[in-house]
Design a protein around this ligand. Structure first.
Ligand code: NAD
Length: 489
């Protein structure tokens, strides 16, 4: 791998690393605002070439039928990433602003390791299932259900956990026999482009099976939603963009898989350890500057303990000062860009305009004039009707809301256009389970349980998405079902 400082990343199209027709664009270190280097800037024609290569690799090669080849390539990718993990770590901290401590988990090592789940699943998957003999309409028939790849997958990803999201699409899509074009976010092109270098140097992926197209222009990625040669779009990002992807994909009736935004609730029941709950909610919201779709950004606490909860959460948040993501102990790094920082600041201004106050934080940290930092901020004094309680802020911002008992807590948690995740803290396990069962969300943490794992499907209800990523369900998203009936003698 090239050194970080020398990097001028290229596109991967049809097995070749090449420059973009539109030249190159800069990628910026969000903690220092320095331009790190450049990424290839693809044109619409480059995207067309990538789609054509993926189409050809799917239609004209044995890739979709050769499970052993696919398993080998995915394991090679995992091993090569592991062999280069320290360079990848430096790249991730520099480009994503990811706190160093997170790179040993969800920001890097976790998703790389999880590639083995995809390879193992493909190896052990029931590609053909005997449905048995029957006489539908009086005709004696032996039936088989076959699972097959969907075809060409267009993968469009955001910047917040780029390795996790890129690999959670690449791994299962390729393991299932699809070919793929990855279009990463313009804010984090290197995290994707570096895969192109690793794939060409260290793996046997045939040309065209995986193509990586970085571009400064969102419209180049949008071609994946409209192009008739693409069979499926797998998108992670904001709900607004997800809606555009779904609309664009309608003309060609593509399969659409969406992982979108969230405004998840952290419910504290009246028999919970309030201090522990409030501290966990505050810590979770501050981690990676709150740039996680499943972060619980509404702390829903018993009305009688509102002030105590605010004090406990504020004490934790005030201790999590935004810091250098390179430093070992940093939990809250920078936001990805000035645009994103200003967007978060506009929500903080809105909180005050809506009648709320800050129990801590509230803006840019005075000691960090450079870098896209925002202080972990606790908003109090508002109800669930406030815009800051309803809209995804995607920053280190937690809003505390009072509830009047378990039913009211469930009502508040579900009173959201989103349905991605949730947390329940309480002393009585049955009560916690009852509340969890009533939440209209895709994942629930009870008293600190961790739902994120390679074998656990992740995704949202309502406007948080369609379908599931990871786990067996995530693998099956990338398959079609074919029933074959043979006339029996
Ligand atoms: P975004 O929606 O602005 O962009 C995501 C990707 O879509 C980028 O690659 C972008 O270039 C591309 N894009 C933009 N417009 C497009 C269009 N019209 N057609 C096709 N592609 C287009 O999101 P973001 O700001 O990069 O990321 C933050 C958002 O992502 C948050 O809302 C967050 O909740 C969400 N997110 C969701 C999950 C999840 O799994 N549910 C995970 C991470 C992030």
């Amino acid at each position: 791998m090239a050194l970080l400082a020398d990097r001028e990343s290229r596109l991967l199209i049809d097995g070749e690393l090449r420059a973009g027709e539109n030249g190159a664009f800069g990628t910026v270190n969000p903690a220092t605002e320095e331009v790190l280097g450049t990424a290839a800037d693809a044109s619409a024609a480059d995207m067309g070439a990538a789609i054509e290569a993926a189409r050809r690799a799917f239609d004209d090669t044995e890739w979709s039928r050769n499970t052993a080849l696919r398993v080998r390539c995915i394991r090679q990718l995992r091993e090569a990433m592991q062999a280069n993990i320290e360079e990848l770590r430096e790249l991730t901290i520099a480009e994503v602003g990811a706190p160093r401590m997170l790179t040993s988990g969800g920001q890097l090592e976790g998703p790389v390791d999880d590639l083995s789940f995809c390879a193992d699943t493909a190896e052990n998957f029931s590609w053909n299932t005997d449905l048995g003999f029957a006489r539908p309409q009086g005709m004696p028939s032996n039936r088989t259900i076959a699972r097959e790849a969907v075809g060409v997958v267009g993968a469009i990803t955001p910047w917040n956990f780029p390795h996790q999201i890129n690999l959670a699409k690449i791994g299962p899509a390729l393991a299932a026999g699809n070919t793929l074009v990855l279009k990463p976010a313009p804010d984090t092109p290197w995290a994707a482009a570096v895969l192109g270098e690793i794939i060409t140097e260290h793996t046997d992926f045939p040309p065209g099976v995986i193509n990586i197209v970085t571009s400064s222009d969102h419209g180049v990625g949008a071609l994946l939603s409209t192009d008739p040669r693409v069979d499926m779009v797998s998108f992670t990002g904001s709900t607004a963009t997800g809606r555009a992807v779904m609309t664009d994909a309608a003309a060609t009736i593509k399969k659409v898989f969406l992982e979108l935004g969230g405004k998840s609730a952290f419910i504290v029941l009246d028999d919970a350890d309030l201090a522990a709950a409030a501290a966990m909610a505050a810590f979770t919201t501050s981690m990676h500057a709150g740039q996680g779709c499943a972060i619980t950004t509404r702390l829903v606490v018993p009305r009688a303990s509102y002030d105590d909860a605010v004090a406990a959460a504020a004490a934790t948040m005030a201790g999590l000062r935004p810091g250098d993501p390179n430093a070992k102990g940093t939990v809250c790094g920078p936001l990805i860009s000035a645009r994103q920082r200003d967007r978060v600041q506009s929500y903080l201004d809105l909180a005050i305009a809506e009648g709320g106050s800050f129990a801590c934080g509230g803006g840019r940290p005075a000691d960090r004039p450079t870098g896209f930092f925002i202080e972990p901020t606790l908003i109090t004094g508002l109800t669930n009707d406030a815009r800051v309680a309803r809209e995804e802020i995607f920053g280190p911002v937690l809003t505390v809301i009072a509830h009047g008992g378990d039913d009211d807590a469930v009502r508040i948690a579900n009173d959201s256009p989103y349905g991605l995740s949730g947390t329940v803290f309480g002393g009585d396990p049955q009560r916690c389970a009852n509340v969890a069962a009533r939440l209209r969300v895709g994942t629930v943490n009870i008293n600190g349980g961790v739902w994120y794992a390679a074998d656990a499907p992740f995704g949202g209800y309502k406007q948080s998405g369609v379908g599931r990523e990871m786990g067996l369900a995530g693998f099956e998203e990338y398959t079609e079902i074919k029933v074959i009936a043979t006339l029996a003698p």
